[in-house]
Structure formats: structure tokens, C-alpha cells
Design a protein around this ligand. Structure first.
Ligand code: GLC
Length: 619
């Protein structure tokens, strides 16, 4: 009973709230669709504590905002919010005062977001010494580009489910391991501009070296000068394709145009490209495409559709901000060119450069396998859909990643250098992209190279969770790959030559791992700060599966016997056991406690070993 009253009140309230937001003409997105507003009057209240139940329509990352009536000069003080098993405790900062004179509202927002992973009925409890008026829960737009309105959902689903797409997705799931390449004009600078390093640059934002133009606020004309000296080695394409192949990678994705707006391919709609603006004068994307196909590798392009610091105006920032400010929503200037924006509008850029260039790529590269969109730049839901549709109409076999925006991707990514936990629910197949040091593009002074074991661990951990690993290289201005990163890749290639069966074409098994805890990779900056402290023991195993086979992957040689607990009798009868890369017999016995193996005489490598366990029945 209480619930239904609450639900009715909520609907009434949300309708009222919608009316309020609709008064602001917004062509940007229907942001209010997934907002939840909890009024203090409707809460279950005790001293300093408010509790609500509410309906959540869409899982995701949400911002928590606290509203106080009037224009408040004093800080809110410490507030805690609990929902979906997560607690935020902060002194939320005041970010906006909205509303006309006499009807102002002061909005404070938590710096951290809250993950609401499941749609449905939720509870939220707030504790605060200072009285509050309401809580507003809004999707985190800076990351997700908002949730959109679902108006394109059916049309999108039809394309996504088309047989060509699904076949492509099948290929993708089998491939498991790909090469990401960040390379462009910025590679010549290697993270240093006029004697200063990225870390000393004026603008806040990521320190990865492909953000050179942004961090040093380099005017467009000055930045364009870098094209005049971009004359890489002619053997770039062959070298890279060979490296990818020898590293056991199945696909290659290159930055055909990064946020700086420079196209590595031959574009008819822009002069700021490899053919028109550099002494190299040739289409290096096409060269790499040909070289990859010759090596039997699939080919994809990264394309920054939202951000284009050269031609994309201010990334639609001012328009978005105007609307957001009136609603009390923060707009993030990160990645938007506010120092020297091009004079056109962002919409003109989308129509006259971004969409046409995507069409050019699709036409020039008929065997293209995927387009890896990036850089939201506050594109609209209509535009995001247009990109998806443009790709589909030109070649339905081409996959599109999540960052095209508004959930229109064919697959998900877990975020830069982020590995999801085994229990995280994924709505689509996923890929994690990762770096070999702490930058995507070449950074001459970043020597924090990840060891082969660390990289291998990521590959295996991701595969055990049923995803792909897109591992990056950042060639220098000449197109040469830093020795240390090439070395790591090649060592993974060696490991895969023996153990590839445990990775390619596999899926998740019932258990993803046993032994030590799931150590998560928490993002590029996180890894840069924290380093890698994971230790491995002979009792740690990761699992993958294929037909009636289970693969147990270990990084440490046990020297004697070892027990794999997850393979106890209860979980299925073992028919046979084989050590990949070694034909000698492995003595084993299975019991209610696990599968015991004697590896005393087994030939295992420095990076561990893989057991192929054939089950009597398919599990
Ligand atoms: C981010 C960065 C970009 C990099 C990409 C890789 O979006 O802006 O520089 O290319 O992640 O995933």
C-alpha cells in the first residue's frame, strides 16, 4: 500500500519535474527522461535522516544532487547517501543556484557518482545535519553521453540484429586479442612541447600524449605546422602488421583521426590530412589496411567523431552549457576546444567533416571490420544514431563500439585500462583497451612499461571474464614502435603460440578464477599512480571454456603437485588432461575436493602453463 502511494506520488512529482525542464527548449537531449527527484516531504524521516523508495528505469552511473531552498551561502556539511549497496560520504560542493529571484534553489553535488546497476525499485537513505529540500539523481552525462530517449531503440536493434552484424560480432568474440595504435602528428612531440612535459602543461585533463594540442592550448594554425615534418618511415605499415601478427593479435585498430582533427587517410573533405598536408603524401591508413589484410589480420579504425580540436568548434560546449546551467547540471569542458575553436558550428562540423570522413573510410576500406568511435564532444542523440546508421547503410558487416554514444554500440568497452569485475553484469559483449606504459600515443619519457606478465595477466583475466583485449602501441614520429613495448607484445605472441587455444574462440566458464582476489585494473591514471602489485602463486588459476574443454591457466610453476578446486567431481567429470605445448603424460586424479595434478616433470614456461581439461559431458 505504502509503495503504491509512493509510486503515484513519484509519478506526479516526476511529471511536475518534466514540465519544469521542458520549459527550457533543449535540442541537446531529453535529459529529464531518466531523472529521479526525491522530495523531502515524501520521505520517511527521522532526525537527520531521510529514506525514499523509487523506481529506476535505467541502470548506470548517476550523480547525486542535494537541493536546498533559497540562495544558501553556508556549506552543506557532511552528507552521506546510501543506495544499491554503495555509500557516498562527502561535503558536497555547491555547484549552482538556479531559479528566478525569490524562488532560488541551491544545488550541491557529490563529487563521486553512484552506480545503480539494476533497474527497478530502489531505496536511498540520506543523512545530513543540515536540512535539505530534495535529492535529484541524474545520469552522469560526461561519461555516458546521457541515456537518450529510446526513440531510436527499435531501429537500432533491427540493424544490430541483422545477420551481417551478428556474424561480425561472432568473429569479434573469437578474435579476443587486438592491437590498438595511437599515432599521429602528436607522436613527433612525444609528450614534450617547447621544452615542457605534459605534466607541466597549463590545462587540466589527461596527461596522455595525444592530448598535446589540448594541454598546451596550441592554436590551430600553429599545431598544423606539425604536419610539415610528419614524414614517417615508409615501412611503417609492413612493420606494424608483422608485429601484430607475431604478437598473436587478430585485429588492428588505428587512430584514423584523433581529437586533434588530423586524418591519417586521404580525405576529400579536409586538407588537414596525410596526403595534402605532409611530405609523406600517401594514405597511411590504406597502406596499413593492405598490409594487415596480407597478414590475415582484420582491420578497424578509431575515429574521434565528437571531439575535433581543429574543425569541431567548441565541441558543442556552449550550447550544452547554456541548457545545463539553467537546470543545475554541470558541463564538463574536458576535451572541448575553448582556446581557439574553429569558427563553424559543431553541427556543421558533424555534417561536413565527420560523417563524410566516416563514409570515405567505409568506401576506401571495403573489408573494414570495425569503427572505434571516441570523444563525445557533446554530440546529440540524433547525431550518434546517424553515425551508427551511416556505418550500417554503407557496410552492415562493420561493428561499432559503445563510444559512438547513447548505447548505440554493437559491443561495450569497460573503459580505458579498466577491467570489469567478474560479477559485473554486462548487457553486451565487452572489450577492454589498454596501454603498455601510461600513455596511448608515444611519450618519450614514460618508461613505466608494463611487464610481459602484467600484460599477459590482463589478457587472461579479460578472457576469463569473456571479453576482448585491445592492447595499444604508440609508435614515435618516425613510425617506430618503442622497443620495450614491442618486446612485451612479442613475448605474449610466444605464449600464445603454445597456449592460444585457451584464449581464441573461448567463452567464460562457470568459474572465472580461483585463488587470489580479483585485482581490478582501475583506469589509466589509477595504474600510473598505483603501479602493479599483483602477486601470483601456484594456487591461482584462471579459466576459459570451449565446447567440452575447460582451460586452467596459471602464471606460476608449481614444481610438484597442485589441486584445482573448481574442478571437483561435483562440477563435472574429467575425461582427460593435457598440458599445452608438452606431450608428456600428466598424472591426475579427480576427487570431491578437486583435480589433483602432478606437474613435477611437466615442461612449463617462465610465464606459467595452461592445462586443457576435457570434460566427460559438456558443461
Ligand atoms: C580516451 C582519450 C583518448 C584515447 C582513448 C583510448 O577517450 O581521450 O586520447 O584515444 O581514450 O581509449
Amino acid at each position: 500500500m505504502r509503495l503504491s502511494i509512493l509510486a503515484v506520488l513519484l509519478v506526479v512529482f516526476m511529471t511536475a519535474c518534466k514540465k519544469e525542464t521542458n520549459e527550457v527548449e533543449t535540442k541537446i537531449s531529453q535529459k529529464d527522461n531518466f531523472w529521479v527527484v526525491l522530495n523531502s516531504e515524501k520521505a520517511q524521516k527521522t532526525e537527520g535522516e531521510w529514506t525514499w523508495e523509487f523506481q529506476l528505469d535505467r541502470p548506470g552511473d548517476y550523480n547525486i544532487q542535494i537541493f536546498r531552498k533559497g540562495k544558501q551561502d553556508t556549506a552543506l556539511g557532511e552528507v552521506s547517501v546510501e543506495s544499491a549497496g554503495m555509500t557516498l560520504k562527502e561535503n558536497p560542493e555547491t555547484i549552482f543556484v538556479i531559479g528566478e529571484t525569490g524562488k532560488e534553489e541551491t544545488i550541491s553535488q557529490f563529487a563521486k557518482t553512484i552506480k545503480l546497476n539494476e533497474a527497478g525499485l530502489q531505496t536511498l537513505t540520506l543523512r545530513s545535519e543540515t536540512p535539505i529540500d530534495k535529492v535529484r539523481i541524474t545520469p552522469q552525462y560526461s561519461k555516458n553521453l546521457g541515456f537518450g530517449t529510446d526513440k531510436y531503440y527499435d531501429a537500432w536493434l533491427k540493424m544490430h540484429n541483422a545477420p551481417e552484424k551478428q556474424q561480425a560480432l561472432e568473429w569479434f568474440k573469437q578474435a579476443k586479442f587486438g592491437m590498438f595504435i595511437h599515432w599521429g602528428l602528436y607522436s613527433q612531440a612525444g609528450g614534450i612541447w617547447k621544452g615542457k612535459r605534459m605534466e607541466e602543461a597549463p590545462a587540466i585533463g589527461p596527461k596522455v600524449s595525444e592530448w598535446l594540442m589540448y594541454k598546451f592550448e596550441i592554436p590551430r594554425n600553429e599545431y598544423a605546422e606539425l604536419a610539415k615534418t610528419f614524414n614517417p618511415d615508409k615501412t611503417f605499415a609492413q612493420n606494424i602488421a608483422k608485429l601484430a601478427k607475431d604478437s598473436g593479435m587478430k585485429y588492428v585498430v588505428i587512430t584514423s583521426k584523433h581529437h586533434d582533427g588530423f586524418a591519417l587517410f586521404d580525405s576529400k573533405v579536409s586538407e588537414f590530412d596525410m596526403v595534402d598536408a605532409t611530405p609523406y603524401k600517401a594514405d597511411v591508413v590504406k597502406e596499413l589496411y593492405d598490409a594487415c589484410l596480407a597478414e590475415g589480420l582484420a582491420f578497424g579504425v578509431y575515429y574521434s567523431h565528437g571531439n575535433d580540436w581543429y574543425d569541431g568548434a567548441d565541441g558543442n560546449f556552449k550550447n550544452v552549457k547554456k541548457v545545463n546551467d539553467s537546470l543545475g547540471i554541470l558541463s564538463h569542458p574536458n576535451g572541448k576546444n575553448l582556446w581557439d575553436p574553429s569558427p563553424n558550428t559543431h553541427a556543421e562540423y558533424i555534417a561536413q567533416k565527420a560523417l563524410p570522413q566516416v563514409r570515405e573510410l567505409l568506401e576506401a576500406l571495403p573489408e573494414l571490420r570495425l569503427i572505434w568511435f571516441d570523444g563525445d564532444g557533446y554530440i546529440t542523440e540524433d547525431q550518434a544514431f546517424e553515425f551508427y546508421k551511416t556505418v550500417y547503410n554503407s557496410n552492415p558487416k562493420v561493428l561499432v563500439n559503445r563510444r559512438v554514444g547513447f548505447d548505440f554500440g554493437d559491443y561495450l568497452d569497460a573503459g580505458d585500462n579498466k577491467i570489469p569485475s567478474a560479477s559485473e553484469k554486462m548487457t553486451k559483449y565487452f572489450e577492454t583497451c589498454g596501454t603498455t606504459n601510461n600513455s596511448w600515443a608515444y611519450k618519450s619519457y614514460d618508461d613505466d612499461w608494463k611487464s610481459t606478465k602484467e600484460l599477459l595477466y590482463y589478457l587472461v583475466d579479460i578472457a576469463s571474464k569473456g571479453g576482448n583485449f585491445l592492447l595499444n602501441i604508440g609508435p614515435d614520429g618516425e613510425g617506430h614502435v618503442p622497443e620495450q613495448s614491442a618486446q612485451g607484445l612479442l613475448e605474449i605472441g610466444d605464449w600464445l603460440k603454445t597456449n592460444g587455444e585457451a584464449i581464441y574462440g573461448t567463452t567464460r566458464w562457470t568459474t572465472t578464477r580461483e585463488g587470489n582476489e580479483d585485482a581490478l585494473l582501475g583506469g589509466t591514471e589509477h595504474r600510473a599512480k598505483k603501479g602493479f602489485s599483483q602477486t601470483f602463486s601456484a594456487h591461482d588459476f584462471w579459466f576459459t571454456a570451449k565446447e567440452n574443454k575447460v582451460y586452467a591457466i596459471a602464471f606460476v610453476n608449481p614444481e610438484t603437485t597442485v589441486v584445482i578446486k573448481s574442478l571437483k567431481l561435483e562440477n563435472g567429470k574429467v575425461a582427460s588432461v593435457r598440458l599445452l605445448g608438452d606431450s608428456s603424460e600428466i598424472p591426475w586424479k579427480q576427487s570431491v575436493d578437486g583435480l589433483e595434478l602432478d606437474l613435477t616433470h611437466a615442461k612449463v614456461g617462465t610465464n606459467g602453463y595452461v592445462l586443457e581439461i576435457i570434460m566427460k559431458n559438456k558443461k
